[in-house]
Design a protein around this ligand. Structure first.
Ligand code: LMR
Length: 397
């Protein structure tokens, strides 16, 4: 029955995580998937989340279905965290649905847009998170790339990106990373974003932002600057956000899709999004949303969470510096300063696929073959080992 099917190549991120888990070597290091590990190499249970978990379990909530759009208080908390007071509520509404993580938000948004703009092309940054292709192609779009990363400068290629945005065809959907670009960690400046947004507005592009790392780059408000700037400009746009990394709730699959629309379209939009949810998975899971709303809805717990998030952010910055120093000591003729300028969990190393393979095979260090590493997989203990192995594969003696 299925002889005509081609084998599917493994997922470049999630299959690597499973390979890492199966690797028996005790000294292995996971720099592949975007997961924040603490200084003991564990996925942390945040204290704010532990407190929330205690209250939630004590309250013994009903396990009846959530509505298709998810929990109302959770959705309100999401809107406040992401948009703050940037939306002119006289004219616009924020329509938010709770989703199965950030991927679910992208999928619901993609299916909704396929109904709204079936002829559109989706534009993603070059490079981008690999699954952007999967999700938007899976929803029936053709996906093209706009220039983003300049290998020569190891920075953002503003002139090329701007030129691409100025030449966008009608009916273009443009995916933007408001913070902590995945995979490069390279961000446009605010002045460059202004230029890019001007071009996108002129071309009437549909902006779809993917924000999975709010607060792990510069800060909760700083990382949401682009989202809020779009709202302040009076744009209508889509935003996927996720609490996997920022609440350390990966397996709970807790995220949201928000659409900023003119008030008169809000009811129609909610109906469209609910239909997309129903056709995919009917309604979202409960537990993660209970935890997130129990943290964000309680001022003391929310303050504790902000402190814990700031500590994760600060530790990532310290790990970047440690890596930079370790590599510079071993390879003084090379410039690793790009690692210091990148933001968020990821480092874009310039390592070739063969060098990445050698790191994994010879040293048990797992990175993506694109050269992306997850800085948050480093610890004070393993950084020296990673630097030794890096030097060995880059400049073998
Ligand atoms: C990543 O980029 O590693 C994470 O977003 C996890 C994933 O689903 O790919």
């Amino acid at each position: 029955m299925f002889e005509h099917l081609e084998p599917v190549p493994g997922d470049p991120i999630l299959d690597l995580l499973q390979a890492f888990i199966a690797d028996p070597r005790p000294q292995k290091v996971n720099l592949s998937v975007g997961i924040y590990y603490d200084e003991h190499g564990q996925v942390p249970l945040l204290e704010s989340v532990a407190q929330a978990q205690h209250s939630v379990l004590e309250a013994a909530p009903s396990r009846s279905y959530l509505p298709m759009e998810g929990d109302a208080e959770y959705r309100r908390c999401v809107g406040q965290l992401v948009f703050a007071d940037s939306v002119d509520t006289q004219t616009f509404s924020v329509v938010t649905v709770q989703t199965v993580g950030g991927s679910g938000a992208l999928k619901v948004g993609a299916d909704f847009l396929q109904g709204a703009y079936p002829q559109a092309t989706v534009w993603v940054s070059d490079p981008t998170w690999d699954n952007h292709y999967g999700i938007f192609e899976g929803a029936g779009f053709s996906v093209r790339r706009y220039p983003y990363y300049a290998a020569a400068t190891q920075g953002f290629d503003y002139p090329a990106a701007l030129a691409a945005f100025e030449a966008l065809p009608a009916s273009s959907i443009v995916v933007l990373h408001p913070c902590c670009h995945n995979p490069t960690g390279v961000q446009p400046s605010q002045a460059q974003w202004h230029g890019l947004l001007d071009a996108l507005q002129t071309r009437n592009a549909v902006v779809f932002m993917d924000m999975a790392y709010q607060g792990l780059g510069l800060g909760l408000d700083e990382d949401a600057w682009l989202v809020r700037e779009c709202a302040r400009r009076g744009l209508e746009f889509l935003l996927a956000n996720s609490f996997s990394k920022t609440f350390s709730l990966y397996a709970e699959r807790v995220g949201a899709l928000s659409v900023v629309v003119r008030k008169e379209q809000a009811t129609t939009l909610m109906g469209q999004l609910k239909r997309a949810v129903r056709r995919n998975y009917s309604s979202p899971p409960l537990f993660g949303s209970l935890l997130v709303k129990s943290v964000l809805g309680d001022p003391a717990r929310a303050a504790l969470w902000r402190t814990e998030l700031a500590a994760m952010r600060g530790r990532i910055i310290d790990l970047r510096r440690g890596l930079f120093e370790g590599l510079t000591t071993r390879m003084p003729q090379r410039d690793f300063s790009n690692l210091l300028h990148q933001q968020g969990m990821f480092g874009y190393t310039g390592l070739s696929p063969e060098q990445v393979d050698a790191l994994r095979e010879q040293h048990g260090i797992y990175a993506l073959r694109t050269g992306r590493i997850c800085i948050a997989g480093l610890t004070a203990e393993n950084t020296e080992r990673v630097c030794d192995a890096w030097a060995a594969v880059v400049a073998p003696t």
